[in-house]
Design a protein. Structure first.
Length: 252
């Protein structure tokens, strides 16, 4: 990295998240990186399409962000780091597959690598479940939907997210993402992660038993060089922003 050129960090939040979710982490890194975060579900965010099409367009947006403030030489000389939490991490897996050279380092937080291709029934069940969640957005009150969403077992042991206000979202985009971006429609990325494991960092909360076990299985299968458990539940960005910031800093 040439002198004076800060590493470029691009971060994607999870479902119901916002770019402001990264504020604490960004603040802790403010003097050492050029940090960018995207809103996925605001009223002026990109239209929700299938995972492949969306991430192809996302790659273009990322390249544009890099070129807005930096010369071609600076873009080539500085380190580029992707950070994705949960759903944002799953979008990052598609970037890793189709645009692996877009970043030098891919940091995945609490990310689902996908179901096996052979798990047809489990895939269909997951799609149906996500479609029911999408239906609840329009059929339930916003507060009731949030209450049910936050009551899921995966969030046990994590702090509550910041307040989520209905007016901050395009509800149709939330619904479409639950369906079109369902884990049931996502391929398994185990082999993709294995192929690129030299540039992958996999971070999970040590209280997030489901995702910790899945990550350890990937490690045992030789897909991951290392699993980084931190003092956290599933919402690692919220539970322990200091540890997440340190992981990003260590990757530079």
């Amino acid at each position: 990295m040439s002198s004076g050129v800060k590493p470029f960090v691009f971060a994607l939040h999870g479902f119901l998240g916002q770019s402001s979710d990264w504020n604490q982490i960004q603040q802790k890194l403010k003097d050492s990186v050029d940090f960018h975060a995207l809103d996925l579900f605001s009223k002026d965010s990109s239209v929700i399409t299938d995972l492949s099409s969306y991430t192809s367009e996302l790659a273009v947006q990322i390249q544009q962000r890099q070129s807005e403030s930096f010369s071609t030489q600076d873009i080539k000389s500085r380190k580029r780091i992707f950070v994705g939490y949960s759903l944002g991490g799953r979008l990052g897996l598609h970037l890793l597959l189709n645009h692996s050279d877009l970043f030098d380092v891919y940091i995945f937080l609490s990310t689902n690598v996908g179901l096996p291709t052979s798990a047809y029934e489990e895939r269909q069940q997951r799609i149906a479940s996500d479609q029911r969640w999408a239906q609840q957005i329009s059929e339930s009150s916003w507060d009731l939907f949030l209450q049910k969403w936050n009551a899921q077992a995966v969030f046990a042991g994590s702090l509550q997210e910041p307040a989520r206000h209905k007016s901050d979202y395009d509800l149709q985009k939330l619904q479409q993402s639950l369906d079109l971006w369902s884990v049931g429609r996502q391929q398994s990325f185990a082999e993709v992660v294995k192929e690129h494991q030299h540039k992958v960092h996999w971070i999970v909360g040590h209280r997030d038993t489901k995702y910790l076990n899945a990550a350890q299985n990937l490690h045992e299968q030789g897909c991951l060089q290392e699993v980084v458990p931190i003092d956290s539940g599933h919402r690692v960005w919220c539970d322990n922003p200091i540890a997440v910031a340190n992981c990003i800093r260590q990757s530079i």
